[in-house]
Design a protein around this ligand. Structure first.
Ligand SMILES: Cc1cc2nc3c(=O)[nH]c(=O)nc-3n(C[C@H](O)[C@H](O)[C@H](O)COP(=O)(O)O)c2cc1C
Length: 167
């Protein structure tokens, strides 16, 4: 059962897990996909609770994000799903249906089209209110050298958190 909670109740736990991986899920039409993310922020902008995720152009997830306007982020909080986070972080939804191939289940979102990952403990439903392509000219040179030598930059998607649930 999912209980709705305030967006910031478990943000410490979410950010601790994020460095180990979370599932970013998105759906467009009958295509749905999930990928592992390790970068993101939870905070307040424009007086709204906001989850920012960073998606590189090369991801299938980017293709879907460009065709829809919502996403979810799902977290395991008890150390489970390590194998699945690894698999969803190195295979692409372009090549396979990760929900069929791996032990994860897409369940419908409540306020968004994108699905949540049933096996997770904490979920954020987000509606995109702003997105921003990185401007390489304004980026710190050290970060550029370390993370973008192949020029595969991120698009930042700012999602208003419209639902937050704990299992
Ligand atoms: C721990 C971990 C964290 C990751 N974080 C991100 C991230 O924040 N942004 C991103 O674009 N890719 C990230 N990736 C890489 C994607 O998950 C990976 O390229 C995935 O295969 C893309 O799937 P897709 O093509 O189905 O979208 C991460 C991978 C791992 C293993």
């Amino acid at each position: 059962m999912l209980n709705e909670i305030a967006f910031n109740t478990l943000s410490k736990e979410a950010l601790e897990q994020l460095s180990k991986g979370a599932f970013l899920s998105v759906k467009h039409g009958d295509q749905e996909n999930t990928m592992t993310i390790g970068w993101g922020t939870i905070g307040v902008i424009w007086g709204k609770p906001i989850f920012v995720v960073a998606v590189r152009y090369s991801r299938y997830t980017y293709d879907l994000m460009e065709q829809t306007n919502d996403f979810t982020v799902s977290f395991p909080l008890n150390g489970q799903l390590k194998k699945e986070l690894g698999l969803c972080g190195k295979t692409s939804g372009r090549d396979q249906d990760k929900f069929k191939e791996y032990d994860i289940t897409a369940v419908p979102g409540k306020n968004v089209e994108s699905p949540m990952i049933e096996e997770c403990d904490l979920h954020y439903e987000c509606k995109v209110v702003y997105k921003q392509a990185m401007e390489p000219a304004t980026l710190d040179q050290g970060i550029k050298d370390k993370s973008y030598s192949n020029k595969d930059y991120h698009i930042m998607y700012y999602g208003e958190i419209v639902g937050c649930y704990k299992k």
